[in-house]
Design a protein around this ligand. Structure first.
Ligand SMILES: *Cc1c(COP(=O)(O)O)cnc(C)c1O
Length: 445
């Protein structure tokens, strides 16, 4: 089974070719457990199976039961729109068994990943010292950064058992999970209009300074695309001498947009910053960039020591071990598909693709305004649009959403805003058109 098999290669590559060429990518449907179990029954057996048969089961039964988050009609949660170049290069990473754990083993891959991290650090206004690693997602990035914040706070004299981290109530759920894991508590800062600001942060942390380990701001909340006051919050975090983490898992990509970048100027204060290329930077799963202002703090916390790993730690100035900057050891060189696509298409293409989603959000606002049966909830700052259908109950939204998917018109799940079930679009796929949005809105009449 370790020999190159021309036929097997042809078979799988033909499938990949076909999938890559699908236009449009169908949304597909949720799977039914009994049918899936039926399709899989008996497949894992001592003698194996004809590969064509196994691939057919995948293509005919399993793949259609996976919603295509790269369909231009997938507008729920945060969609995906990986470039073909990035997807193809993901196959190169797989076929070459490229890992990116250490400089010794993978300098070529690590250099290319670092080139992308440098580009992102420059856009964020972070200093020359900045660097980091690609991790599996925003959740892994937030957790890895907050571990560093916690350990450093101890060195800065925070001695309480459970240090506090200031967050707004709109912070991503993964931040709360990370705090749970690392044994810190959220200090939830009340906000006006859901945006974390310096004034409110100052009031909320008063009296808690001795137990404060970090402040987390969000550059593009997941539910509404709200950008916290990074400048004010960042400057205050500096003044307080606490770690400033910016969660830009979704919205960090808007650094590529010249329209939005000025709003991200406060990112230059960040001690750590996360952006998910598998969201709005058109990379395949799973890919999140984690950057530190001073990576040496992260290295002091995350480096894994063992006799057999000593060889990796040489103190050579060029050495960069990605395993030192998050809680992982072995890792796939998951930044390379993004690197390849960026190198091929150029940063202008990324700017234009991000801007296209911002423009589509503006177009959607207009389309909502043209329909008297709909109401916009707030002006979008990024590419999330929240709106309501007055008169609808939560049940109505769910029935509507289910029907849209069944008809393959769109995957648009409702969200909850201020305790009310409402409709939400998240745009990022350059193939989503205003006509598709209008078609979806018309089903709400
Ligand atoms: C998506 C998201 C996360 C979590 O990222 P994963 O890649 O899903 O782990 C964290 N924060 C924000 C703001 C997000 O939008």
């Amino acid at each position: 089974m370790f020999e190159f098999d021309e036929q097997l290669a042809e078979l799988v590559l033909a499938y990949c070719r076909e999938r890559l060429a699908l236009a449009p990518v169908p949304l597909d449907l949720p799977g039914a457990k009994a049918e899936l179990e039926d399709a899989l029954a008996g497949l894992l057996r001592p003698g194996g199976n004809d590969p064509a048969h196994v691939l057919e089961i995948f293509a005919e039964k399993l793949a259609p039961a996976v919603l295509s988050c790269d369909s231009p009609r997938f507008l729920s949660f945060i969609p995906a729109a990986p470039t073909k170049a990035a997807l193809l290069f993901d196959m190169v990473v797989s076929c070459s068994s490229l890992q990116g754990t250490s400089w010794l083993e993978a300098a070529g891959a690590v250099s290319a990943e670092n080139q992308v991290l440098r580009l992102l650090a420059d856009l964020a206004g972070l200093p020359d010292t900045a660097g980091g690693v690609f991790v599996s997602g925003g959740s892994a990035g937030n957790l890895s950064a907050l571990v560093v914040a916690r350990d450093l706070s101890r060195r800065r004299g925070v001695t309480v058992d459970r240090p506090k981290v200031a967050v707004s109530e709109q912070a991503h759920t993964s931040v709360a999970k990370a705090l749970h894991v690392v044994g810190m508590d959220a200090l939830v800062v009340p906000t006006e209009d859901r945006r974390l600001t310096a004034g409110q942060l100052r009031a909320a942390v008063a009296g808690h300074e001795h137990e404060l380990a970090a402040v987390v701001a969000t550059a593009g909340t997941t539910n509404a695309g709200i950008i916290d006051d990074l400048e004010g919050v960042g400057a205050l975090a500096r003044e307080l001498g606490v770690w400033f983490h910016v969660d830009g898992a979704y919205g960090g990509a808007a650094l590529f947009s010249e329209r939005i970048r000025p709003r991200y100027a406060g990112l230059r204060h960040a001690d750590s910053f996360v952006v998910d290329p598998h969201k709005w930077l058109f990379a395949p799963f799973d890919c999140a960039a984690l950057l530190y202002r001073e990576p040496r703090y992260a290295k002091a916390v995350h480096t894994q020591d063992a006799g057999y790993l000593e060889v990796l730690h040489t103190d050579a100035p060029e050495e960069w071990n990605p395993s030192d900057f998050a809680y992982h050891l072995t890792r796939r060189a998951r930044g390379l598909p993004l690197w390849f696509s960026l190198a091929v298409h150029g940063t202008d293409a990324y700017r234009d693709a991000v801007d296209a989603a911002l423009d589509l959000a503006t177009a959607a606002v207009e389309l909502i305004g043209q329909r008297p049966y709909l109401e916009l909830l707030r002006e979008p700052e990024l590419s999330v649009v929240l709106f309501r259908r007055p008169g609808w109950t939560a049940g109505d939204y769910h029935t509507w959403s289910f029907r849209l998917l069944a008809d393959q018109v769109g995957f648009v799940t409702p969200t909850v805003w201020d305790g009310e079930t409402v409709a939400r679009f998240c745009f990022l796929h350059p193939g989503t058109t205003p006509a598709m949005v209008a078609e979806i809105l018309d089903t709400m009449a």
